[in-house]
Design a protein around this ligand. Structure first.
Ligand SMILES: Nc1nc2c(c(=O)[nH]1)N[C@H]1C(S)=C(S)[C@@H](COP(=O)(O)O)O[C@H]1N2
Ligand SMILES: [Mo]
Length: 364
């Protein structure tokens, strides 16, 4: 998918994300926008911990330092002049779907829509790291945002680290553009990190610093928040790779479908770290009448994704026979054989919630 295929112009401003909290501003992607192959910027979910720090491309500088031989600063124009890379990437908040967990963990009560897929353009971080010459004993790179605030009563700057191998991956991007436009303020203008296939907390917005470190970083957003705690079925530790997941985008939840009408059930599926979606299955359950629904899982038709880090569109043709209350279920499996579990794998902070997708509709 190219940036030019993204609907823009007057219609683009009609999109607005659905507010979850006002201060700081957090919002999820509306259902209609999730039906688009690339999520319009104006509809893309927003996750801010401290609010938007304002800067301009003219004033912006990025400092590369820490355990490096040749620390340096770089400005926006110089960054734009470097060799560029374009990638379609799914961004998903690690807390996406938290409201589906029982008992409900504290935190933002996202439903399933703290997710979007966009076309990013920028410069691989690796190009800058080569110039700085990272020391041989460095183990991680800490990325610093321009935003700060108070967490657990302590002053904190937004910082996250990546293992050296991930930071230096050729697709780890210092993004300047999203869907063909310079980054919007709420999405990290002028430069943010985009780490394909990792939960989006890795994608530090309003990036102003990157420093190599010789000991693992233990900042608040690394070692206290965005950590699996008391996980059922998985080991504890910081959130990393995105888990395989799907979303049913049409019909929308609680909508009405006509009996006897061919209905195209549609959705999206994705997994982490460039791992392809191999299969999406759909199941239709009727809640009113025993046996009226189709209790088997059936294969959906997969579209070809725009790239290794983009989501996969899928569809399934359904003709409801009887009126009643129905539940549509979707289950994605990736090429590693990982599949969505029937129930959310619970953990205390509510991360990595990837149960089978479900939508309730009424057949009239
Ligand atoms: N500097 C900074 N970067 C940040 C955050 C933040 O609060 N400050 N939030 C992170 C989280 S938790 C997510 S899910 C993504 C959300 O990116 P978006 O708002 O562009 O959708 O940004 C990440 N990068
Ligand atoms: Mo997030």
């Amino acid at each position: 998918m190219t940036a030019s295929a993204i609907p823009r112009g007057p219609g683009a401003t009609a999109w607005a994300p659905e507010t979850v909290t006002d201060e700081p501003y957090n919002a999820q992607t509306p259902w209609a926008a999730l039906a688009e192959p690339m999520t319009p910027v104006g509809a893309f979910f927003v996750r801010d911990h401290f609010g938007v720090p304002r800067t301009t491309p003219q004033r912006w500088r990025l400092r590369l330092g820490g355990a490096v031989d040749a620390p340096f600063d770089i400005g926006y124009d110089e960054l734009l002049a470097m060799a560029r890379l374009e990638l379609d990437v799914v961004l998903e908040c690690a807390g996406n779907g938290r409201s589906l967990m029982t008992p409900r963990p504290p935190g933002l009560q996202w439903d399933q829509r703290a997710v979007g897929c966009a076309h990013f353009a920028g410069v691989p971080f690796r190009s800058l790291a080569e110039r700085a010459r990272i020391a041989p004993d460095a183990v991680e790179v800490v990325f610093t945002g321009a935003d700060s605030g108070t967490v657990h009563g302590r002053p904190v700057v937004f910082e996250r680290s990546l293992p050296l191998g991930v930071a230096l991956h050729p697709d780890t991007l210092l993004a300047t553009h999203m869907n063909g436009e310079p980054l919007a303020p709420e999405h990290g203008a002028p430069v943010r990190l985009v780490v394909p296939g990792r939960y989006a907390v890795a994608d530090v917005k309003w990036l102003v610093g990157a420093r190599a470190v010789t000991e693992p970083f233990v900042g608040v957003f690394q070692a206290e928040e965005y950590v699996y705690v008391a996980s059922r079925g998985t080991t504890d530790g910081p959130v990393t790779t995105v888990r395989v997941k799907s979303l049913i985008t049409t019909p929308e939840p609680d909508s009405a479908v006509r009996r006897g009408t061919e209905t195209l059930v549609r959705g999206r599926a994705w997994s982490g770290a460039g791992v392809a979606v191999r299969q999406v299955e759909v199941r239709v359950e009727c809640e009113d009448e025993e046996g009226a629904g189709d209790r088997d899982w059936r294969d959906a038709v997969l579209e070809v994704p725009a790239g290794p880090y983009a989501w996969t569109g899928w569809s399934y043709l359904w003709t409801p026979r009887r009126p009643g209350q129905y539940r549509l279920l979707a289950r994605a499996t990736d090429e590693h054989g990982d599949t969505q579990p029937p129930r959310a794998p619970w953990n205390a902070q509510g991360y990595g919630c990837n149960p089978v997708a479900s939508v309730e509709v009424v057949v009239v």
